[in-house]
Write a protein that binds this ligand. Structure first.
Ligand code: GUN
Ligand code: ZN
Length: 483
C-alpha cells in the first residue's frame, strides 16, 4: 500500500521517475491539477484525456460540503470524480493558513481521507508564514512533527501518508524537519508554506528553502512542491529535485482572464494573437477567445495545456541532460527569477554531487553558465590529470615541440588533454566567441591545475593579448604566459 518512488534519469538535482501508489503509476516530474468539486472548469475525465495521471483535491472542502460530504463516503472519491488515476487529498492545512482555523483534528482529517478512498493523504500540518518569528516557527513545527508521528502511530508505516516539511524561512529548521520526516519513514515529502514566497516572487528565498529541505531529505523521497502552479518556475524547481507540482493556477488565472505562457502570463485583453499550439488556440482567434461565452473554461484548457507541455519539456530535458539550459531560458523572463537562478548557482557545489556524468550537450548562455555544475565538476577533476614535468597549455592551434605534456584550452572549462577531446563536456560543448567571463573561469582552471601539480612547470601559449589582464589576475603568477 505504501507509496513507492523510483528515479530513472537525472540532471542537476532533478530526476525523472515513477511514483507508484495503489498499483497506479505516475511519471514524474508530474503536474497534479487541483480539482474543486464545486467548480469544475475542466472535469477529471477531461484531465485524464489530456494525459493527467494524478490530481489533487481538498478533503476539507468535501467534508464541509452539504452536497458531497456523505455521497463521497458512499461512492468514494474515484467514482464521484470519475477519475481512475491517483487522487491525492489535502487536509485543511491550506485553509488553516488562510483563515487561521479549521474545525477538524489531525486524526479526523486522516480518517476522513482514508474513508473516502484517497490514494495519498496529508496530515494537518501547519504552514508557517515566511514572516513568522523564530519562536513561532519552532512552536508550529513541533506541532506539525507531533502530528506526523501521530499519523504513523494511528495508521501504520505503510499507510499512504505524505510528510510535509515546514520550518518557514529558517533553513536549519527546514533541514531538521526534513531529516525527521525521513527518519519517521515518510517517502513522499511535500515542501510546505511556499505559496506566499511564490506569490511575492521571492524566488531567492524559495531556492534556499527548497535546498535546505533537499539537503537532509533521503534522495529516494518523492518531493512535492506544495502550491507551485505557474509553469515559468517548474524548471527551476525541478532542477532542485522537486518531482511534483500542483496547479490551481490554471483555473485561478483563467477566472481572472489570464493566459499562461512559459514565460509569464498575459491578460487576455492584451493579446492580439494567441502564441500557442494547443487545441483552443488553434481553433480560436484572440478576439473569439476574448468574447467566447465559455471563455473561462477555454482559458483553463489552454492554461492546462501549457502547464502540461512544460512538464513534458522538463522530463525530456532531464532525459537529455539539458535542464540547465531550460532553467536558464525560463529564468531570464523575470528579474526575480533571474535572482533565484543566480542563487541556485551559488549552491553549485551541492548540486554537483547530484549531477550526472555525461549529457547530450552543453550550450554556453552567458556569465551564469560559468558557475554551472558541469564546469565545477570538470575543474575539480583537473587535479587527477597526469602531467609530465614540462607542460604547455596551447590556447591556439599552433604546434609546439619540446614539452612532456601539451594541453589544449577551452573556455569556460580550461585546459584539457587530447584524450578528453571527444568526451563530455569538452566534446559536447558549444561555445560562442570568447567573452571575459568564460576566459576568467578557464584561467581559474589553469590555476587549479598549477595548484594540484606543483611538480610540473606550466606555461601558456597563444592567448590573445586581450585576455592577458584576466590571465594575470586569475593565475597570480603560477603559470608563465609565453609571447
Ligand atoms: N497547500 C499549499 N501549501 C501547503 C502546505 O504547506 N500544507 C498543506 N497541507 N497544503 C498546502
Ligand atoms: Zn493554447
Amino acid at each position: 500500500m505504501a507509496i513507492a518512488f523510483e528515479s530513472l534519469d537525472s540532471d542537476i538535482a532533478g530526476r525523472t521517475g515513477k511514483l507508484v501508489v495503489n498499483k497506479k503509476v505516475v511519471k514524474t516530474p508530474a503536474l497534479l491539477p487541483v480539482i474543486n468539486p464545486h467548480l469544475q472548469l475542466v472535469t477529471p475525465r477531461e484531465l485524464k484525456e489530456m494525459g493527467v495521471e494524478a490530481l489533487i483535491t481538498n478533503a476539507y472542502i468535501f467534508s464541509q460540503s452539504r452536497q458531497y460530504s456523505e455521497r463521497v463516503k458512499e461512492e468514494g472519491l474515484h467514482k464521484l470524480l470519475d477519475f481512475d488515476g491517483v487522487i491525492m487529498t489535502d487536509s485543511g492545512s491550506f485553509q488553516l493558513s488562510v483563515y487561521g482555523q479549521v474545525s477538524i483534528t489531525n486524526e479526523q482529517t486522516l480518517s476522513y481521507q482514508k474513508a473516502i478512498g484517497s490514494d495519498i493523504w496529508v496530515p494537518l500540518d501547519i504552514p508557517t508564514s515566511p514572516d513568522a518569528d523564530r519562536e513561532t516557527a519552532e512552536r508550529e513545527l513541533a506541532i506539525t512533527m507531533e502530528r506526523l508521528r501521530e499519523a504513523k502511530e494511528l495508521f501504520g508505516n505503510d499507510a499512504p501518508i505524505a510528510g510535509p516539511v515546514q520550518g518557514s524561512l529558517y533553513q536549519d529548521l527546514r533541514g531538521k524537519a526534513a531529516k525527521e520526516v525521513g527518519d519517521l519513514g515518510f517517502s513522499f515529502c511535500p515542501i510546505g508554506a511556499v505559496v506566499p514566497l511564490m506569490e511575492a516572487y521571492r524566488y531567492r528565498d524559495l531556492v534556499d528553502v527548497v535546498m535546505a529541505a533537499k539537503r537532509t531529505l533521503p534522495r529516494s523521497s518523492c518531493v512535492h512542491l506544495f502550491g507551485a502552479g505557474h509553469p515559468a518556475m517548474f524548471a527551476l524547481a525541478a532542477a532542485m529535485g522537486c518531482d511534483l507540482f500542483d496547479s490551481a493556477a490554471y483555473a485561478l488565472y483563467a477566472k481572472e482572464g489570464r493566459y499562461l505562457t512559459t514565460h509569464g502570463s498575459f491578460k487576455i485583453d492584451e493579446l492580439a494573437d494567441l502564441p500557442c499550439s494547443c487545441a483552443v488556440c488553434r481553433s480560436h482567434t484572440a478576439e473569439e477567445l476574448r468574447t467566447a461565452k465559455d471563455r473561462t473554461r477555454l482559458l483553463a484548457l489552454h492554461n492546462l495545456a501549457v502547464t502540461l507541455g512544460e512538464i513534458a519539456r522538463i522530463r525530456q530535458a532531464i532525459a537529455d541532460g539539458t535542464l540547465w539550459e531550460l532553467v536558464d531560458e525560463r529564468c531570464r523572463n523575470h528579474p526575480q527569477m533571474l535572482s533565484g537562478y543566480r542563487r541556485l548557482l551559488t549552491h553549485n557545489a551541492e548540486l554537483e554531487r547530484f549531477d550526472r556524468v555525461s549529457k547530450r550537450r552543453f550550450f554556453y548562455r552567458g556569465d551564469e553558465t560559468c558557475a554551472r555544475t558541469e564546469v565545477l565538476r570538470y575543474q575539480n577533476q583537473l587535479a587527477r590529470l597526469r602531467l609530465g614535468k614540462e607542460v604547455l597549455v596551447a590556447c591556439d592551434n599552433g604546434v609546439r615541440e619540446g614539452y612532456d605534456t601539451v594541453l589544449s584550452f577551452k573556455p569556460p572549462f580550461g585546459p584539457y588533454p587530447d584524450a578528453l577531446k571527444e568526451t563530455f563536456p569538452i566534446g559536447q560543448s558549444e561555445i560562442p566567441e570568447w567573452d571575459a567571463a568564460m576566459v576568467r573561469q578557464a584561467c581559474r582552471g589553469i590555476r587549479l591545475l598549477c595548484e594540484s601539480h606543483r611538480e610540473s612547470r606550466i606555461r601558456v601559449a597563444g592567448l590573445h593579448r586581450e585576455w592577458k589582464g584576466i590571465f594575470a589576475e586569475e593565475t597570480q603568477g603560477c603559470a608563465e604566459l609565453l609571447e
